[in-house]
Design a protein around this ligand. Structure first.
Ligand SMILES: Cc1ncc(CO)c(N)n1
Length: 243
């Protein structure tokens, strides 16, 4: 195993440089906000639903409920990501942002068919799933960020938070001490794998660069509010899996 990877069994290695960015050794704005809002961040990334998967104690009806609801969420998430792409085209000073965002969009194309395969495997009838209120609330929040007047900095910060919560949550289920059921490994690998972790670090770097360059306090406050609002919606979304 190359020395640059932290020793994590199951081949789930995390690049130490990426880990440093995530943990904020460079102390970017996002790292400072993760520290400032640590309790909320931990509630979102260590939710009992996720811990029940990690501990091999998950109730499969909760998992199937989460699967159906997350399919509905991802269908709303796609236009949100497209709106972030549009904002990066209009407002970003760094053209490579668009390439990172396009990579994210490409994986979302595969994600829809992944959900359909999982739904078949778990006998979840996606077209009869009724969106729960927590899901509707989260989707309405994303839709509010799609408005043209919402700044790129605010939208990219929210986008990073949405992806980072899933990456950190599901990576817990891939650690050597985890007792994740084999049938759920594919789901946990989808967001918990190191490649998705690197992608989240790329998003964090974009958000940090924008936040460092941001001149006005009100935009910083709006970005920080978007971050904590995502955390609240993620907790409510996990809660929803309990029906
Ligand atoms: C609720 C939710 N948050 C984040 C992600 C990651 O894209 C997802 N699929 N669903």
């Amino acid at each position: 195993m190359s020395s640059k990877f932290k020793v994590v069994e199951l081949g789930v290695g995390v690049d130490l440089e990426a880990q440093a960015v995530m943990e904020g050794n460079g102390k970017g704005t996002i790292a400072k906000w993760k520290d400032k809002h640590r309790r909320m961040y931990d509630q979102a990334t260590h939710h009992p639903f996720i811990l029940s998967i990690r501990d091999g104690a998950v109730d499969y009806s909760n998992f199937k409920r989460w699967l159906g609801q997350d399919y509905i969420f991802v269908r709303q998430f796609i236009p949100f990501v497209a709106s972030v792409l549009l904002k990066s085209w209009k407002e970003s000073d760094e053209e490579s942002d668009m390439e990172v965002l396009l990579g994210g969009m490409a994986s979302l194309n595969d994600e829809i068919s992944w959900f359909k395969r999982q739904a078949d495997k778990w006998d979840v009838h996606l077209h009869s799933v009724v969106p729960q209120q927590a899901n509707l609330n989260y989707c309405m929040f994303l839709e509010s960020l799609m408005k043209p007047e919402v700044e790129y900095i605010v939208a990219i910060t929210a986008f990073w938070a949405v992806e980072a919560v899933y990456q950190e949550s599901f990576s817990l289920c891939l650690e050597s001490s985890a007792k994740t059921p084999l049938e759920l490994m594919e789901t946990c690998q989808r967001w918990g794998n190191p490649g998705f972790g690197e992608y989240c670090v790329s998003l964090q770097k974009i958000a940090d660069r924008c936040l460092e360059n941001s001149t006005t306090d009100d935009v910083l406050l709006k970005a920080e509010a978007a971050f904590t609002t995502v955390l609240q919606h993620e907790v409510s979304f996990w809660d929803m899996s309990y029906g």
